[in-house]
Design a protein. Structure first.
Ligand code: MG
Length: 394
């Protein structure tokens, strides 16, 4: 397998999964953007055939740290090259920068273990075309979509609607997908209470340990909004049949309701090593659990409706998903700019949604037929978001 984005939160946990089952997994390629030190340690541990760093200066540093016999590639174009090595490619790059890796993995007929939801959300028409390549398959490494895949998965070979080689698609007997959300650190707070919310408040997630970008996205519920679009694209379910349920314990990772009223749910501790192991080993399951539920201590499972007024990013994402074409790409790019500005102290927490909304209003919706189309919309949306940031400063 190849692990692209191996030094981030998901990548490091993937290395733990691999090390827990050394007889099952063999890593042939590792790649990251710029963390030379961590990548050198991983290379010494896993002895891949090839490693790559997107940043050329960091690659120079890495050259002196690698064990002998490991090939080194450098530059942004090196990461998609890794996606053509190994039968399974884990894309754990953060944000829109993961799009070339997603496309390279699918075009070369690999199984894509997708932790980079942004590439599917922003580039959906182009990614779906690449997904039609012979042998290409997407296994979600997002706990919610992994849960839905598990609830649907046993049925994939049982009828014509399940014969799609790219993975389980929900048929007419699926009534609803119920995506659970922890609610993030600001659950239950009002818009007024969150006017002065700071970076450290947003990064204090109650149940999940994750990287800073996705943790801020969890605080705004934009992460759940991106996941609604991701679920629509992965499973082919209409937006009217995808609902978000706030579930603060993060034990139920999502549910599927069927036409006869039956609901299947997947439960486990909130630990990303389960979805990572599921996607890498599918259709087998790894033999080492990273924690199991202690029923004697689990007292209750609570559910709430999301507050779409305070967490308007979720409503913006539903609207962009329903609009389709380039709207999700604009949503994603503007959000990446706004979250970056929030993390660096340039704007307040409520401004994130406002910047995204302004960018969606400013950037025209166009069809996406090529990677170039996706890149052009991404650039236009980033510019519109920067303009919205600039307007706030003056
Ligand atoms: Mg998730």
């Amino acid at each position: 397998m190849s692990i692209v984005g191996s030094t981030g939160s998901i990548g490091r946990q993937a290395v733990e999964v691999v090390c827990a089952e050394p007889d099952r997994f063999r890593v042939v390629a590792l790649g990251a953007m710029r963390s030379a030190g961590v990548l050198a340690q991983q290379a010494a541990l896993l002895r891949p055939e090839v490693v790559a760093l997107g940043d050329k200066d960091a690659a120079l540093e890495l050259a002196g740290l690698l064990p002998p016999g490991v090939e080194l590639l450098a530059g942004p174009e090196a990461l998609p090259v890794l996606a053509e090595r190994g039968e399974v490619v884990l894309n754990a790059v953060v944000g829109f920068a993961g799009l070339p890796v997603t496309l390279a993995a699918l075009s070369s007929g690999r199984r894509l273990a997708l932790a980079n939801k942004e590439s599917l959300v922003a580039g959906a028409p182009v990614v779906q075309a690449a997904r039609a390549a012979l042998g290409a398959e997407i296994l979600p490494v997002d706990s919610e979509h992994c849960a839905i895949h598990q609830c649907l998965g046993e049925r994939r070979h049982t009828g014509p609607q399940w014969s799609d080689a790219t993975g389980p698609r929900a048929g007419a007997d699926v009534s609803r997908l119920l995506l659970t959300a922890s609610g993030g650190p600001f659950r239950g707070r009002s818009r007024a209470e969150l006017a002065g919310a700071g970076v450290q408040d947003a990064l204090a997630h109650p149940t999940w340990q994750m990287g800073p970008k996705i943790t801020v996205d969890s605080s705004t519920l934009m992460n759940k909004g991106l996941e609604v679009i991701e679920a629509h694209e992965l499973f082919g379910v209409a937006y009217d049949r995808i609902e978000v349920v706030v579930h603060p314990q993060s034990v139920i990772h999502s549910m599927v309701e069927f036409s006869d009223g039956a609901t299947l749910a997947q439960l486990s501790l909130p630990d990303m090593r389960l979805p990572i192991g599921y996607a890498l080993a599918y259709p087998d399951r790894i033999g080492v659990p990273f924690g199991t539920i202690d029923w004697t201590r689990l007292r209750r499972l609570d559910f709430e409706r999301p507050d779409l007024e305070t967490f308007s990013c979720l409503a913006l994402a539903y609207a962009a998903g329903r609009t389709g074409a380039s709207a999700p790409a604009t949503l994603n790019a503007a959000n990446e700019v706004a979250v970056g500005a929030f993390l660096s102290g340039r704007i307040g927490w409520p401004d994130i949604a406002a910047v995204v909304e302004e960018a969606l209003a400013a950037v025209p919706v166009v069809p996406l037929q090529s990677v170039e189309d996706v890149l052009a919309v991404d650039a236009a949306a980033r510019q519109a978001a920067e303009s919205a940031l600039w307007a706030r400063r003056n």
